[in-house]
Design a protein around this ligand. Structure first.
Ligand SMILES: Nc1nc2c(ncn2[C@@H]2O[C@H](COP(=O)(O)OP(=O)(O)O)[C@@H](O)[C@H]2O)c(=O)[nH]1
Ligand SMILES: Nc1ncnc2c1ncn2[C@@H]1O[C@H](COP(=O)(O)OP(=O)(O)O)[C@@H](O)[C@H]1O
Length: 205
């Protein structure tokens, strides 16, 4: 049987830069992993493409997916559903290919329960002031919502203990590079290479 691919989960508080770092990683580095496209009920923004950025679905369609058990995890985030279609993740991992998820913290913890063998990476802000500035500068939230997101961020930072790695998003390029090194190191772990190694030893006997 083909060796299973790695499941890589990038998560962290809203506004920390998950989307930015993930895009940088995919655009600037040669990667061997596939990105899992999420399903959402939120409205498509200008420039977004169905099946590239997200699978945009109605609330009814999304709830049907939940009912049929077709999502690895889902979360309700700021009034909309977001979820990870399970078939793509399973099939890709079974074919030996790595899969990369970029999801919020609640969803990441659900994945951790179902697939604890995944690699869980927490993207952290340099500090809370900087996080506030980033959310503000993005210009998508009212002062009230910014306050709510900051409160949530403090709770989310306390969940760091469930992760395998923490990467500070100070410079986007540095953060992307660190994530890449983590994935490379995971591939070099003895436990992932032991079968291949045993075969070499067998052949030498
Ligand atoms: N749980 C979960 N969260 C997701 C999924 N896809 C995206 N997200 C997260 O949902 C949040 C909102 O995403 P989005 O509406 O694209 O806004 P933005 O990333 O904040 O600009 C982000 O934190 C994403 O990481 C998913 O499949 N499951
Ligand atoms: N390392 C960084 N330094 C400065 N600003 C950043 C950095 N990373 C992301 N940003 C900015 O912070 C805001 C939030 O980033 P985004 O990727 O949307 O976060 P998330 O996906 O975690 O909600 C965006 O305006 C983005 O341009």
């Amino acid at each position: 049987m083909e060796e299973q691919g790695l499941l890589i989960v990038l998560s962290g508080p809203s506004g920390v830069g998950k989307g930015t770092v993930r895009k940088h990683l995919f655009d600037h580095y040669n990667n061997d992993f596939d990105f899992s496209i999420s399903m959402t009920t939120r409205l498509k923004r200008a420039g977004e493409v169905e099946g590239v950025d997200y699978f945009f679905r109605t609330k009814e369609e999304f709830e049907q997916y939940i009912k049929e058990g077709k999502l690895l995890e889902y979360a309700n985030y700021v009034g909309n559903y977001y979820g990870t279609p399970i078939d793509y993740v399973r099939e890709t991992l079974d074919s030996g290919q790595d899969v990369f998820l970029e999801i919020e913290v609640q969803g990441a913890l659900k994945v951790k329960k179902r697939m604890p063998e995944g690699i869980f990476i927490f993207l952290s802000p340099p500090d809370l002031e900087e996080l506030k500035m980033r959310i503000k500068n993005r210009g998508t939230d009212s002062p009230e919502v910014i306050g709510q997101r900051m409160e949530k961020a403090v709770e989310e930072l306390q969940l760091i203990k469930y992760y395998d790695y923490v990467v500070e998003n100070d410079s986007v390029d540095e953060a992307a590079r660190k994530i890449r090194s983590i994935i490379e190191s995971e591939h070099l772990k003895v436990e992932r290479n032991i079968d291949r190694f045993s075969k070499i030893i067998e052949e030498m006997k």
